[in-house]
Write a protein that binds this ligand. Structure first.
Ligand code: FAD
Length: 474
């Protein structure tokens, strides 16, 4: 085996895709702890038309027996620091359940030491099938953006003004939406590659390291309990921001920064009824979670206003607000404002050498605290959300709701990249783990900056760089 990839979410899939495209001579394997849900593998569960089949696919993603359910398709880690921290275990990872918002990082969210970041983000957009035009004809979208722009655009650079949210979704001429999951990232190039094999229900319990070099993985077949040693010239661990450091820890790879600098994006939500919007010809009920009426709008992060805002039509609309008050379809929008966390080494996921989790891996415990700066950022985010809400219409509640830590599902920093091996990073700018030859890490955990924007586009971009590096080196 040339390259063993651990985890089949968008980031593991990006390695498989780039290597399939650039080095079809290499033998590749992707090992995924969770079950196969869809054909093609890694498809988004929202594309499953039958509600019962969709729910079954979500349930099958929710981890080992006894795990507590988070948002559909996810299960909770539990614990105090990040009470809403969750994971998905299935082919496609969280990418089979995500909302598919793919904004680009801006200002201090960007990774300053990567000169080719924009090129990598372009490539990530190609892999994920990102479009900013899927909802171009949404009748309320232009109005929503006009109102938000009036409130937020003054003083912003052109690329940071209010705009449609880039989404990993395909809109067919008949209006049907197909959400990108890891299936789109794998693409035909990987599916046609006879030298790539995807192994579902295959838990990697250890990266094999000999003489300071990764040389394979130990895999447990969860269907029959069999253990297999697979030799590989390169190992890529793309097992999410909590389980990537877990697997490194279990393998005896324990750099000082491992699991540290954990950050998620403190989040504030609010709901608004759009003011003065007329009735629509199309009733969007039952069509999709995001409907074409209002689309998804984006208020980008800036250093001056360090939040990422997304405004989208709510699932619940048009549920009656009162017996005689049924909102016009599409006229209730949800506002989600994400903050960039004050990143600190003390915030971390720790692993236990004796206690085990539901997969028999080192049990995780979170140490995590919002700082005074985080509380101030949340206050400012609440003010910004109120400002957005009053620009749009009438809020449904008195005050924005602040979600519990972990609710963003965007965990970062635990295997962060850095320019030098100075104890504050786990990997180099090509995602190669310091001090262990042949070992790469991937996923949101690699992002070193405090971002407020949804991170998947950025992590896929970093995976592209890592995969190109392997393609050159091997
Ligand atoms: P994952 O997709 O989490 O995949 C990791 C995989 O590794 C999992 O399948 C897991 O089973 C597997 N694994 C773990 N340990 C092992 C092991 N030891 N052996 C084998 N396999 C292992 N992000 C955005 O950018 N925009 C959004 O709009 C957005 N919305 C979201 C909405 C929801 C409801 C959810 C759940 C997530 C959302 N996210 C969003 C987050 C996004 O899904 C993740 O950022 C993305 O999936 C990360 O990709 P990944 O490949 O790094 O990890």
């Amino acid at each position: 085996m040339d390259v063993a990839i651990v985890g089949s979410g968008p980031c593991g899939a990006a390695y498989a895709r780039i290597l399939s495209e650039t080095r079809p001579d290499l033998r590749l394997a992707t090992f995924e702890a969770g079950p196969l849900l869809a054909d093609p593998p890694g498809g988004h569960v929202k594309n499953i038309a039958d509600p019962a089949a969709r729910e079954r696919a979500q349930r099958r993603s929710e981890g080992p027996g006894g795990s507590r359910r988070g948002r559909p398709g996810t299960f909770l880690l539990g614990g105090e620091g990040l009470p809403a921290a969750a994971m998905s275990t299935n082919v496609g990872g969280m990418g089979a359940h995500w909302t598919a918002a793919c904004p680009r990082p801006g200002d201090s969210e960007r990774i300053g030491f990567l000169p080719d970041l924009d090129d990598l983000l372009d490539e990530a957009e190609r892999l994920l099938g990102v479009s900013a035009h899927a909802f171009d004809d949404a009748p309320f979208a232009a109005e929503v953006r006009k109102r938000l722009a009036a409130a937020f655009d003054p003083g912003r650079s052109e690329d940071r003004r209010v705009r449609p949210m880039p989404l990993a979704v395909r809109c067919d001429p008949d209006g049907a939406l197909t959400w990108s999951g890891a299936d789109v990232v794998f693409g035909e190039a990987t599916r046609r590659n006879e030298r790539h094999t995807l192994f579902p229900e295959a838990l990697v319990t250890r990266v094999l390291v000999e003489d300071g070099r990764a040389c394979g993985v130990l895999v447990r077949d969860l269907r029959d309990g069999g253990e297999h040693e697979v030799r590989a010239a390169r190992v890529v661990v793309a097992a999410d921001a909590l389980r990537t450091p877990q697997l490194l820890w279990a393998s005896g790879v324990r750099p000082a920064a491992l699991g540290r600098y954990l950050n998620d994006q403190p989040q504030v939500v609010f709901a608004v009824r759009l003011r003065d919007v007329g009735p629509l010809e199309i009733d969007p009920r039952g069509r999709s979670r995001i409907v074409r009426q209002s689309g998804v709008s984006w208020v980008p992060f800036t250093d001056a206003e360090p939040f990422h805002g997304q405004v989208m039509q709510l699932d619940a609309s048009p549920v009656p607000l009162a017996p005689d008050d049924v909102p016009a379809p599409g006229s209730i929008v949800g506002l989600g404002w994400f903050c960039a966390k004050d990143v600190r080494a003390e915030d971390r996921v720790e692993f236990d050498d004796t206690a085990r989790d539901g997969y028999g891996m080192p049990a995780m415990r979170i140490q995590y605290r919002l700082t005074v700066r985080d509380e101030a950022a949340l206050d400012a985010a609440r003010a910004a959300v109120r400002r957005a809400a009053s620009a749009l219409g009438e809020p449904l509640d008195d005050e924005p709701i602040t979600l519990p830590p972990g609710a963003s599902l965007h965990y970062q920093g635990t295997v962060r990249m850095g320019r030098a091996d100075d104890g504050t990073s786990v990997c180099d700018p090509s995602s190669r783990v310091w001090g262990v030859e042949g070992l790469h890490v991937a996923g949101n955990g690699v992002i070193p900056t405090a971002t407020a924007c949804n991170p998947t586009l950025t992590s896929v971009a970093l995976a592209v760089a890592g995969a190109r590096r392997i393609a050159e080196e091997i």
